[in-house]
Ligand binder design. Structure first.
Ligand code: CAA
Length: 379
Protein backbone atom coordinates (compact mmCIF):
# COMPACT_ATOMS: atom_id res chain seq x y z
CA UNK A 1 0.00 0.00 0.00
CA UNK A 2 1.35 3.41 -0.95
CA UNK A 3 0.61 6.33 1.35
CA UNK A 4 1.32 10.02 0.84
CA UNK A 5 0.50 10.77 4.45
CA UNK A 6 3.54 12.19 6.17
CA UNK A 7 4.54 10.98 9.61
CA UNK A 8 4.01 13.25 12.60
CA UNK A 9 7.75 13.98 12.67
CA UNK A 10 7.76 14.87 8.96
CA UNK A 11 4.76 17.19 9.42
CA UNK A 12 6.49 18.88 12.33
CA UNK A 13 9.73 19.48 10.49
CA UNK A 14 7.85 20.66 7.41
CA UNK A 15 6.05 23.18 9.63
CA UNK A 16 9.36 24.23 11.18
CA UNK A 17 10.97 24.74 7.76
CA UNK A 18 7.89 26.51 6.38
CA UNK A 19 7.69 28.98 9.24
CA UNK A 20 11.48 29.46 9.16
CA UNK A 21 11.24 30.35 5.46
CA UNK A 22 8.36 32.75 6.12
CA UNK A 23 10.02 34.44 9.11
CA UNK A 24 13.74 34.38 8.36
CA UNK A 25 14.20 33.87 4.62
CA UNK A 26 11.43 35.51 2.57
CA UNK A 27 11.78 38.96 4.18
CA UNK A 28 15.51 39.18 3.32
CA UNK A 29 15.72 37.10 0.12
CA UNK A 30 15.51 40.00 -2.35
CA UNK A 31 18.07 42.02 -0.39
CA UNK A 32 20.65 39.22 -0.38
CA UNK A 33 19.92 38.48 -4.03
CA UNK A 34 20.91 42.12 -4.74
CA UNK A 35 23.92 42.01 -2.41
CA UNK A 36 25.03 38.62 -3.80
CA UNK A 37 25.99 37.48 -0.32
CA UNK A 38 25.25 34.67 2.08
CA UNK A 39 23.04 35.93 4.92
CA UNK A 40 25.24 34.54 7.70
CA UNK A 41 22.71 35.39 10.37
CA UNK A 42 20.24 33.06 8.64
CA UNK A 43 22.87 30.29 8.61
CA UNK A 44 23.28 30.79 12.35
CA UNK A 45 19.54 30.68 12.98
CA UNK A 46 19.04 27.64 10.74
CA UNK A 47 21.74 25.85 12.68
CA UNK A 48 20.16 26.87 15.97
CA UNK A 49 16.71 25.51 15.07
CA UNK A 50 18.06 22.27 13.56
CA UNK A 51 17.68 22.87 9.83
CA UNK A 52 21.29 22.13 8.85
CA UNK A 53 23.25 18.94 8.25
CA UNK A 54 19.98 17.05 7.90
CA UNK A 55 21.46 13.77 6.69
CA UNK A 56 24.18 13.51 9.33
CA UNK A 57 23.28 10.94 12.01
CA UNK A 58 22.33 12.35 15.40
CA UNK A 59 25.28 10.65 17.11
CA UNK A 60 27.61 12.78 14.96
CA UNK A 61 25.75 16.02 15.68
CA UNK A 62 23.40 16.17 12.67
CA UNK A 63 19.62 15.86 12.38
CA UNK A 64 19.57 12.18 11.36
CA UNK A 65 16.84 12.65 8.77
CA UNK A 66 16.17 10.34 5.85
CA UNK A 67 16.27 11.71 2.30
CA UNK A 68 12.49 12.04 1.99
CA UNK A 69 12.31 14.22 5.10
CA UNK A 70 15.32 16.18 3.84
CA UNK A 71 13.47 16.78 0.57
CA UNK A 72 10.46 18.10 2.45
CA UNK A 73 12.73 20.61 4.22
CA UNK A 74 14.54 21.59 0.99
CA UNK A 75 11.23 22.31 -0.76
CA UNK A 76 10.20 24.70 2.02
CA UNK A 77 13.55 26.49 2.29
CA UNK A 78 13.88 26.87 -1.50
CA UNK A 79 10.31 28.21 -1.56
CA UNK A 80 11.82 31.02 0.50
CA UNK A 81 15.05 31.42 -1.49
CA UNK A 82 16.90 28.96 -3.71
CA UNK A 83 20.31 30.51 -2.99
CA UNK A 84 19.92 30.26 0.78
CA UNK A 85 18.69 26.68 0.51
CA UNK A 86 21.66 25.95 -1.77
CA UNK A 87 24.09 27.16 0.89
CA UNK A 88 22.69 24.48 3.21
CA UNK A 89 22.34 21.94 0.39
CA UNK A 90 26.05 22.21 -0.32
CA UNK A 91 26.68 20.87 3.18
CA UNK A 92 24.59 17.77 2.45
CA UNK A 93 26.48 17.32 -0.85
CA UNK A 94 29.92 17.77 0.67
CA UNK A 95 29.27 15.56 3.72
CA UNK A 96 27.65 12.68 1.82
CA UNK A 97 31.01 11.23 0.61
CA UNK A 98 32.15 11.06 4.25
CA UNK A 99 28.86 9.43 5.28
CA UNK A 100 29.08 6.92 2.43
CA UNK A 101 32.77 6.07 2.42
CA UNK A 102 34.21 7.32 5.70
CA UNK A 103 35.42 5.01 8.45
CA UNK A 104 33.80 5.33 11.91
CA UNK A 105 37.05 7.04 13.00
CA UNK A 106 36.82 9.61 10.18
CA UNK A 107 33.17 10.30 10.94
CA UNK A 108 33.89 10.67 14.66
CA UNK A 109 36.82 12.97 13.97
CA UNK A 110 35.29 15.31 11.40
CA UNK A 111 31.51 15.41 11.88
CA UNK A 112 30.89 16.38 15.54
CA UNK A 113 33.15 19.46 15.52
CA UNK A 114 31.80 20.48 12.13
CA UNK A 115 28.14 20.08 13.09
CA UNK A 116 28.55 21.70 16.50
CA UNK A 117 28.75 25.15 14.92
CA UNK A 118 27.01 26.93 12.02
CA UNK A 119 29.66 26.04 9.45
CA UNK A 120 29.64 25.38 5.73
CA UNK A 121 31.14 22.60 3.65
CA UNK A 122 32.04 22.44 -0.05
CA UNK A 123 32.07 19.61 -2.61
CA UNK A 124 35.04 20.15 -4.93
CA UNK A 125 34.68 18.08 -8.08
CA UNK A 126 34.20 20.52 -10.98
CA UNK A 127 37.19 22.12 -12.70
CA UNK A 128 37.47 24.59 -15.58
CA UNK A 129 37.91 21.72 -18.07
CA UNK A 130 35.93 19.05 -16.23
CA UNK A 131 32.25 19.88 -15.79
CA UNK A 132 29.93 17.29 -17.33
CA UNK A 133 33.01 15.13 -17.95
CA UNK A 134 33.78 14.89 -14.26
CA UNK A 135 36.38 12.16 -14.85
CA UNK A 136 38.59 14.63 -16.73
CA UNK A 137 39.77 16.42 -13.57
CA UNK A 138 43.47 17.21 -13.40
CA UNK A 139 43.84 18.17 -9.73
CA UNK A 140 46.51 15.84 -8.41
CA UNK A 141 47.18 14.23 -5.03
CA UNK A 142 50.70 12.90 -4.66
CA UNK A 143 51.56 10.62 -1.74
CA UNK A 144 54.57 11.84 0.23
CA UNK A 145 55.45 10.11 3.48
CA UNK A 146 52.37 10.08 5.70
CA UNK A 147 50.69 12.76 3.65
CA UNK A 148 49.12 13.57 0.30
CA UNK A 149 50.08 16.79 -1.44
CA UNK A 150 47.17 18.21 -3.43
CA UNK A 151 47.54 20.69 -6.30
CA UNK A 152 44.88 22.01 -8.65
CA UNK A 153 42.05 24.40 -9.29
CA UNK A 154 38.34 23.84 -8.77
CA UNK A 155 35.60 26.10 -10.08
CA UNK A 156 31.89 26.86 -9.54
CA UNK A 157 32.20 25.57 -5.99
CA UNK A 158 29.26 26.43 -3.73
CA UNK A 159 30.66 27.69 -0.40
CA UNK A 160 34.15 27.71 -1.99
CA UNK A 161 36.48 29.89 0.09
CA UNK A 162 34.02 30.26 2.97
CA UNK A 163 33.71 26.60 3.99
CA UNK A 164 35.19 24.99 7.08
CA UNK A 165 35.46 21.60 5.40
CA UNK A 166 36.13 20.59 1.79
CA UNK A 167 35.65 17.27 0.04
CA UNK A 168 38.21 17.33 -2.75
CA UNK A 169 38.41 14.94 -5.70
CA UNK A 170 41.90 14.56 -7.14
CA UNK A 171 43.89 12.15 -9.30
CA UNK A 172 46.23 9.91 -7.34
CA UNK A 173 47.04 7.90 -10.47
CA UNK A 174 46.36 9.81 -13.70
CA UNK A 175 47.28 6.79 -15.83
CA UNK A 176 44.27 4.90 -14.48
CA UNK A 177 41.70 7.44 -15.70
CA UNK A 178 38.46 7.37 -13.71
CA UNK A 179 39.91 4.64 -11.49
CA UNK A 180 42.78 6.96 -10.58
CA UNK A 181 40.52 9.49 -8.85
CA UNK A 182 40.45 9.66 -5.04
CA UNK A 183 38.44 11.66 -2.51
CA UNK A 184 39.93 13.63 0.38
CA UNK A 185 38.71 15.59 3.37
CA UNK A 186 40.48 18.92 3.59
CA UNK A 187 39.85 21.27 6.53
CA UNK A 188 39.27 24.84 5.40
CA UNK A 189 42.23 26.21 7.35
CA UNK A 190 44.77 23.90 5.69
CA UNK A 191 47.70 25.97 4.35
CA UNK A 192 47.62 26.24 0.55
CA UNK A 193 43.83 26.05 0.21
CA UNK A 194 42.12 29.32 -0.63
CA UNK A 195 39.07 30.70 -2.34
CA UNK A 196 39.64 32.24 -5.77
CA UNK A 197 37.38 34.41 -7.88
CA UNK A 198 33.85 34.74 -6.52
CA UNK A 199 31.35 34.33 -9.36
CA UNK A 200 28.74 36.94 -10.23
CA UNK A 201 25.64 34.96 -11.15
CA UNK A 202 22.39 35.34 -13.06
CA UNK A 203 20.37 33.93 -10.17
CA UNK A 204 20.90 31.85 -7.03
CA UNK A 205 22.73 34.93 -5.86
CA UNK A 206 22.42 34.53 -2.10
CA UNK A 207 24.79 31.56 -2.40
CA UNK A 208 28.55 31.96 -2.56
CA UNK A 209 30.09 30.24 -5.58
CA UNK A 210 33.81 30.58 -6.19
CA UNK A 211 37.00 28.98 -7.37
CA UNK A 212 38.99 26.91 -4.92
CA UNK A 213 42.75 26.96 -5.38
CA UNK A 214 44.88 24.17 -3.94
CA UNK A 215 48.63 24.79 -3.83
CA UNK A 216 50.75 22.16 -2.12
CA UNK A 217 47.92 21.39 0.27
CA UNK A 218 49.12 18.69 2.65
CA UNK A 219 46.64 16.35 4.29
CA UNK A 220 47.40 13.25 6.37
CA UNK A 221 46.77 9.87 4.73
CA UNK A 222 43.88 9.37 7.19
CA UNK A 223 41.96 12.02 5.21
CA UNK A 224 41.60 9.74 2.19
CA UNK A 225 37.99 8.51 1.85
CA UNK A 226 37.75 4.84 0.96
CA UNK A 227 40.71 3.53 -1.00
CA UNK A 228 42.85 5.23 -3.61
CA UNK A 229 40.88 5.07 -6.86
CA UNK A 230 37.43 5.01 -5.20
CA UNK A 231 36.85 8.73 -5.76
CA UNK A 232 34.82 8.65 -8.98
CA UNK A 233 32.40 6.03 -7.64
CA UNK A 234 32.07 7.95 -4.38
CA UNK A 235 31.23 11.09 -6.38
CA UNK A 236 28.62 9.26 -8.49
CA UNK A 237 27.04 7.54 -5.48
CA UNK A 238 26.92 10.90 -3.73
CA UNK A 239 25.17 12.58 -6.66
CA UNK A 240 22.65 9.73 -6.80
CA UNK A 241 21.70 10.65 -3.23
CA UNK A 242 21.73 14.42 -3.59
CA UNK A 243 20.11 15.01 -6.99
CA UNK A 244 16.59 14.40 -5.60
CA UNK A 245 17.34 17.21 -3.14
CA UNK A 246 17.95 19.51 -6.11
CA UNK A 247 14.62 18.27 -7.45
CA UNK A 248 12.97 19.11 -4.12
CA UNK A 249 14.41 22.63 -4.25
CA UNK A 250 13.06 22.95 -7.79
CA UNK A 251 9.60 21.95 -6.53
CA UNK A 252 9.88 24.68 -3.88
CA UNK A 253 10.78 27.34 -6.46
CA UNK A 254 7.99 26.20 -8.81
CA UNK A 255 5.40 26.06 -6.02
CA UNK A 256 6.30 29.58 -4.96
CA UNK A 257 5.92 30.81 -8.56
CA UNK A 258 2.54 29.07 -8.86
CA UNK A 259 1.25 30.56 -5.61
CA UNK A 260 2.46 34.05 -6.52
CA UNK A 261 0.82 33.71 -9.94
CA UNK A 262 -2.52 32.59 -8.44
CA UNK A 263 -2.50 35.49 -5.98
CA UNK A 264 -1.71 38.00 -8.70
CA UNK A 265 -4.22 36.59 -11.18
CA UNK A 266 -6.99 37.02 -8.61
CA UNK A 267 -6.01 40.64 -7.90
CA UNK A 268 -5.07 42.01 -11.30
CA UNK A 269 -8.07 43.53 -13.03
CA UNK A 270 -8.05 44.04 -16.79
CA UNK A 271 -11.05 44.49 -19.09
CA UNK A 272 -13.20 44.90 -15.98
CA UNK A 273 -12.44 41.55 -14.30
CA UNK A 274 -9.59 39.75 -12.55
CA UNK A 275 -7.35 38.12 -15.14
CA UNK A 276 -7.99 34.80 -13.29
CA UNK A 277 -11.45 34.83 -14.89
CA UNK A 278 -9.84 34.19 -18.28
CA UNK A 279 -9.52 30.57 -19.36
CA UNK A 280 -6.17 31.42 -20.93
CA UNK A 281 -4.84 32.14 -17.42
CA UNK A 282 -6.71 29.26 -15.78
CA UNK A 283 -5.21 26.78 -18.25
CA UNK A 284 -1.73 28.11 -17.57
CA UNK A 285 -2.27 27.79 -13.81
CA UNK A 286 -3.66 24.29 -14.25
CA UNK A 287 -0.61 23.18 -16.24
CA UNK A 288 1.71 24.77 -13.69
CA UNK A 289 -0.04 23.00 -10.81
CA UNK A 290 0.04 19.62 -12.59
CA UNK A 291 3.76 19.97 -13.21
CA UNK A 292 4.50 20.86 -9.58
CA UNK A 293 2.56 17.83 -8.32
CA UNK A 294 4.20 15.48 -10.82
CA UNK A 295 7.67 16.78 -9.97
CA UNK A 296 7.10 16.30 -6.25
CA UNK A 297 5.88 12.77 -6.94
CA UNK A 298 9.12 11.90 -8.75
CA UNK A 299 11.25 13.53 -6.04
CA UNK A 300 9.51 11.69 -3.23
CA UNK A 301 9.66 8.38 -5.09
CA UNK A 302 13.42 8.71 -5.70
CA UNK A 303 14.00 9.64 -2.05
CA UNK A 304 11.82 6.78 -0.85
CA UNK A 305 13.75 4.28 -3.00
CA UNK A 306 17.10 5.56 -1.74
CA UNK A 307 15.83 5.48 1.86
CA UNK A 308 14.86 1.82 1.31
CA UNK A 309 18.39 1.11 0.10
CA UNK A 310 17.16 0.39 -3.43
CA UNK A 311 19.28 1.32 -6.46
CA UNK A 312 17.85 4.59 -7.80
CA UNK A 313 20.36 6.12 -10.21
CA UNK A 314 17.67 6.42 -12.88
CA UNK A 315 14.93 7.73 -10.56
CA UNK A 316 17.30 10.21 -8.95
CA UNK A 317 18.29 11.63 -12.35
CA UNK A 318 14.61 11.70 -13.41
CA UNK A 319 13.61 13.59 -10.26
CA UNK A 320 16.33 16.21 -10.68
CA UNK A 321 15.85 16.63 -14.42
CA UNK A 322 12.05 16.75 -14.48
CA UNK A 323 11.71 19.00 -11.45
CA UNK A 324 14.34 21.43 -12.74
CA UNK A 325 12.59 21.64 -16.12
CA UNK A 326 9.31 22.19 -14.27
CA UNK A 327 10.85 25.00 -12.21
CA UNK A 328 12.07 26.69 -15.39
CA UNK A 329 8.75 26.43 -17.20
CA UNK A 330 6.53 27.28 -14.21
CA UNK A 331 8.59 30.35 -13.24
CA UNK A 332 8.59 31.50 -16.88
CA UNK A 333 4.80 31.17 -16.97
CA UNK A 334 4.50 33.03 -13.67
CA UNK A 335 6.44 35.96 -15.16
CA UNK A 336 4.08 35.83 -18.17
CA UNK A 337 1.00 35.96 -15.95
CA UNK A 338 2.45 38.99 -14.14
CA UNK A 339 3.03 40.62 -17.54
CA UNK A 340 5.20 43.75 -17.46
CA UNK A 341 5.26 43.72 -13.66
CA UNK A 342 6.67 40.21 -13.75
CA UNK A 343 9.77 41.46 -15.48
CA UNK A 344 10.46 44.04 -12.79
CA UNK A 345 12.63 43.40 -9.77
CA UNK A 346 9.99 44.88 -7.50
CA UNK A 347 7.92 41.71 -7.89
CA UNK A 348 9.12 38.29 -6.74
CA UNK A 349 8.75 36.23 -9.90
CA UNK A 350 11.69 37.53 -11.96
CA UNK A 351 14.04 36.28 -9.20
CA UNK A 352 12.33 32.89 -9.26
CA UNK A 353 12.88 32.65 -13.03
CA UNK A 354 16.56 33.65 -12.74
CA UNK A 355 17.00 31.21 -9.85
CA UNK A 356 15.31 28.34 -11.70
CA UNK A 357 17.88 28.29 -14.51
CA UNK A 358 20.71 26.97 -12.34
CA UNK A 359 18.59 23.95 -11.38
CA UNK A 360 18.90 22.72 -14.98
CA UNK A 361 22.67 23.08 -14.78
CA UNK A 362 24.20 22.19 -11.40
CA UNK A 363 24.69 18.71 -9.93
CA UNK A 364 24.85 17.54 -13.53
CA UNK A 365 23.16 19.35 -16.41
CA UNK A 366 19.76 18.10 -17.47
CA UNK A 367 21.44 16.73 -20.60
CA UNK A 368 23.70 14.61 -18.36
CA UNK A 369 20.62 13.46 -16.40
CA UNK A 370 19.00 12.35 -19.67
CA UNK A 371 22.22 10.55 -20.58
CA UNK A 372 22.19 8.77 -17.21
CA UNK A 373 18.50 7.84 -17.63
CA UNK A 374 19.09 6.64 -21.20
CA UNK A 375 22.03 4.47 -20.17
CA UNK A 376 20.01 2.92 -17.34
CA UNK A 377 17.11 2.19 -19.70
CA UNK A 378 19.39 0.51 -22.22
CA UNK A 379 21.57 -1.33 -19.70
N1 CAA B 1 26.90 4.77 -8.81
C1 CAA B 1 27.99 4.00 -8.68
N2 CAA B 1 28.95 3.88 -9.63
C2 CAA B 1 28.77 4.59 -10.76
C3 CAA B 1 27.66 5.42 -10.97
C4 CAA B 1 26.70 5.48 -9.94
N3 CAA B 1 25.60 6.24 -10.07
N4 CAA B 1 27.75 5.99 -12.18
C5 CAA B 1 28.89 5.54 -12.73
N5 CAA B 1 29.51 4.70 -11.86
C6 CAA B 1 30.73 3.94 -12.09
C7 CAA B 1 30.56 3.02 -13.27
O1 CAA B 1 29.99 1.79 -12.86
C8 CAA B 1 31.95 2.87 -13.78
O2 CAA B 1 32.66 1.95 -12.97
P1 CAA B 1 33.24 0.57 -13.61
O3 CAA B 1 34.21 1.01 -14.67
O4 CAA B 1 33.87 -0.09 -12.44
O5 CAA B 1 32.08 -0.13 -14.17
C9 CAA B 1 32.57 4.24 -13.50
O6 CAA B 1 31.79 4.83 -12.46
C10 CAA B 1 32.57 5.13 -14.71
O7 CAA B 1 31.24 5.30 -15.13
P2 CAA B 1 30.87 5.82 -16.57
O8 CAA B 1 31.56 4.97 -17.59
O9 CAA B 1 29.40 5.93 -16.65
O10 CAA B 1 31.57 7.28 -16.58
P3 CAA B 1 31.49 8.41 -17.66
O11 CAA B 1 32.78 9.13 -17.63
O12 CAA B 1 30.99 7.90 -18.96
O13 CAA B 1 30.38 9.46 -17.13
C11 CAA B 1 28.75 10.73 -16.05
C12 CAA B 1 29.61 9.47 -16.14
C13 CAA B 1 27.38 10.22 -15.60
C14 CAA B 1 28.59 11.53 -17.31
C15 CAA B 1 29.42 11.58 -14.95
O14 CAA B 1 30.66 12.11 -15.40
C16 CAA B 1 28.57 12.70 -14.44
O15 CAA B 1 27.67 12.47 -13.62
N6 CAA B 1 28.83 13.94 -14.88
C17 CAA B 1 28.19 15.11 -14.33
C18 CAA B 1 29.01 15.62 -13.19
C19 CAA B 1 28.21 16.38 -12.20
O16 CAA B 1 27.07 16.06 -11.89
N7 CAA B 1 28.83 17.40 -11.65
C20 CAA B 1 28.19 18.18 -10.67
C21 CAA B 1 29.18 18.69 -9.71
S1 CAA B 1 28.49 19.10 -8.18
C22 CAA B 1 27.79 20.61 -8.33
O17 CAA B 1 27.24 21.02 -9.30
C23 CAA B 1 27.92 21.26 -7.05
C24 CAA B 1 27.55 22.57 -6.66
O18 CAA B 1 28.37 23.29 -6.10
C25 CAA B 1 26.14 22.96 -6.74
Amino acid sequence: MISFKLTEEQEQIRQLARSFAAREIIPIAAEYDEREEIPWHVVEKAHEVGLMNLGVPVEYGGQGLDLLTGAIVAEELAYGCLGINGTFGANELALTPLLLAGTPEQKAKFLPPFCARPQLAAFCLTEPNAGSDAGAITTSARPEGDEYVINGQKCFITNGGVAALYTVFAKTDPARGLKGISAFLVPGDTPGLRGGKKEKKMGDRASHVAEVILEDVRVPRENLLGKEGDGFKIAMMTLDRTRPGVGAAAVGVARRALEEAIKYAKQRVQFGQPIAANQAIQFMLADMAMKVEAARGLVWKACWMLDQGLPATKESAMAKCFAADVAMSVTTDAVQIFGGYGYMREYPVEKLMRDAKILQIYEGTNQIQRLVIGRELLR
